[in-house]
Design a protein around this ligand. Structure first.
Ligand code: C2O
Ligand code: CU
Length: 529
């Protein structure tokens, strides 16, 4: 990289083009409930709802196993998919599908994944919710360069690379870049939970995930297996994600720089990109036949910015349709019944629905009460009339959750999530800079972290799950139960969480999971030692 380019691009994570592209959305748009972002319309006719069957991502088979670990291989590749009926969409995929293949892991057994990058761009894989050593966690400048981009020169010519290489400072600023393949190790020393993996490349997580780089990673354990919960094909992972499509069928995303040399989005989308098509497991407004039986639905919001209020329509006669059994970090202590669930980007809610509460033939729509028009519908369950057996039920006690003790807190830290004046999104007033720590927790210490917001910010911590201690000085909210790795902050809120970082020293991330906010620098390092 020549010196002029270094000066132009190296001064900040955000290039000059990206800075100019951040415009202030109107106050009404910013504050509208459930609308943190701006709708991007598709440029082709949208299909009718409930025409496409619900796909279930296939479970990846290990290439080998040994006493302590299962070994997998995933090739990141461009694939031509039929997402809208009759339309071809070129996607960036894990293994040729969107969502990527599901990894089914066993608590206490390591999962080792060799990723090979055949995409036209660098990538970074993060296991969201994973209790992962730092060198496998997907630090945003630990680039995996595409196969064949072997020389340094070629690497720097890749879209987006110069935006972080050439930054002054630490080893982290440069990142642990490798070319072609990288092997990531997930020790699995954590309880059963619905995790997911997705791209985490600095400055380009939004366009990467939007184009398809996301998949489930389901962790199972003995405790979960001992419960009479729905299983097999009555245990459905549901990845909910809004997307928009260009006239040629490609994913439509408002990148400030279409070549992806610079991060950022065009005018008006800095507060988040909302799609006008709701996909579940990669299919638009799908439908699925269900028996009159209990189903476990693992709800994941894999949208860049959209917040959903999910509700079944019709409701069963006595309400409480969605019985929550788990959160981001696995089983709750006891079930919590909801009429509706509000789910922010990256959050997971594990719920059981008893479809025997509906008459045979009922068509039950999953609605998004925060949406409007086409985005008000998500998918449909068609209740069959056939006679079935169903041994599943939701026990009154699910698990034991040891509460983190507020009296054990040794350090309290404040993190203010705010829009900066004209140049992106900040934590405590700073744009993200790799290698600069915002906190240095001691391994094993219990800390209280307080998050405050100006607007909507789903706040995510890497490495360990936390417990919500208070929301706006009161009890945690109805969607805060259990172990969490992402907590939704609404405009002008204050949320306190208790967290204890365990097992692995090293540098990890705290960031907003609105992916446009994340890419526009609402992220920070913390280093545990
Ligand atoms: Cu799901 Cu740091 O991300
Ligand atoms: Cu945010």
């Amino acid at each position: 990289m020549n010196r002029r380019r270094f000066l132009r691009l190296g001064a900040s994570v955000l290039g000059a083009g990206a800075l100019a592209a951040v415009a202030v959305p109107s106050a009404a748009l910013l504050l509208a409930e459930g609308r943190p972002g701006r709708l991007l319309d598709s440029d082709l006719p949208l299909p009718d709802a409930f025409q496409v069957p619900l796909p279930v991502p296939k479970t990846l088979a290990p290439v080998r196993t040994d006493a302590g670990a299962d070994y997998y291989e995933i090739t990141q590749q461009v694939a031509r998919l039929e997402i809208l009926p009759g339309v071809t969409t070129e996607a960036w995929t894990y293994g040729g599908t969107f969502p990527g293949p599901t990894i089914a892991a066993r608590s206490g057994r390591a999962v080792v994944v060799k990723h090979r990058n055949e995409l036209p761009v660098p990538s970074v894989v993060h296991l969201h919710g994973g209790h992962t050593p730092a060198d496998s966690d997907g630090y945003p400048t630990d680039l995996l360069m595409p196969v064949g981009s072997s020389s340094d020169h070629a690497a720097h010519a890749m879209p987006g690379v110069h935006a972080m290489n050439g930054m002054p400072g630490t080893e982290h600023a440069k990142g642990r870049t490798v070319t072609g393949e990288r092997t990531l190790t997930y020790p699995g020393l954590q309880r059963a939970a619905t995790l997911w993996y997705h791209d985490h490349r600095m400055g380009f997580t939004g366009p990467g995930v939007w184009r398809g780089l996301a998949g489930f990673h389901l962790l199972h354990d003995e405790e979960e297996a001992s419960l009479p919960l729905p299983r097999g094909d009555r245990d459905l992972p549901l990845m909910i994600a809004d997307r928009s499509f260009a006239g040629d069928g490609s994913f439509h995303y408002p990148s400030a720089d279409a070549t992806l040399a610079e991060p950022g989005v065009t005018d008006g989308y800095a507060n988040g990109v909302l799609g006008d098509v709701i996909l579940v497991n990669g299919a638009p407004w799908p439908r699925v036949d269900v028996d009159r039986a209990h189903y476990r639905l693992r709800l994941l919001n894999a949208s860049n910015a959209r917040l959903y209020r999910l509700e079944l329509d019709p409701q069963p006669s006595d309400g409480d349709a969605l019985v929550q059994i788990g959160s981001d970090g696995g089983l709750l202590a006891a079930p919590v019944a909801h009429d509706a669930i509000e789910i922010a980007p990256a959050e997971r809610f594990d719920v059981v629905v008893d479809f025997s509460r509906y008459a045979p033939g009922t068509q039950v729509r999953l609605m998004n009460r925060f949406g409007s028009g086409r985005t008000e519908e998500v998918m449909r369950f068609d209740v069959s009339s056939r006679a079935v057996t169903d041994d599943a039920r939701v026990p009154d006690t699910l698990s034991t959750i040891a509460g983190l003790d507020p009296k054990a807190v040794t350090v309290t830290r404040d993190f203010a999530f705010r829009r900066s004046r004209g140049d992106g999104w900040t934590i405590n007033g700073d744009l993200y800079e790799p290698g600069r720590d915002l906190a240095a927790p001691a391994l094993g210490a219990t800390e209280l972290w307080r998050f405050t917001s100006d607007l909507h910010h789903p706040v995510h911590l890497h490495l360990d799950q936390f417990q919500v201690h208070s929301r706006n000085g009161k009890e945690p909210g109805p969607y805060d139960a259990g172990w969490k790795d992402t907590v939704d902050l609404r405009p002008a809120e204050a949320v306190e969480v208790l967290v204890r970082f365990s097992d692995y020293a090293g540098t990890y991330m705290i960031h907003c999971h609105n992916l446009e906010h994340e890419d526009m620098a609402m992220m920070a390092d913390f280093t545990i030692s």
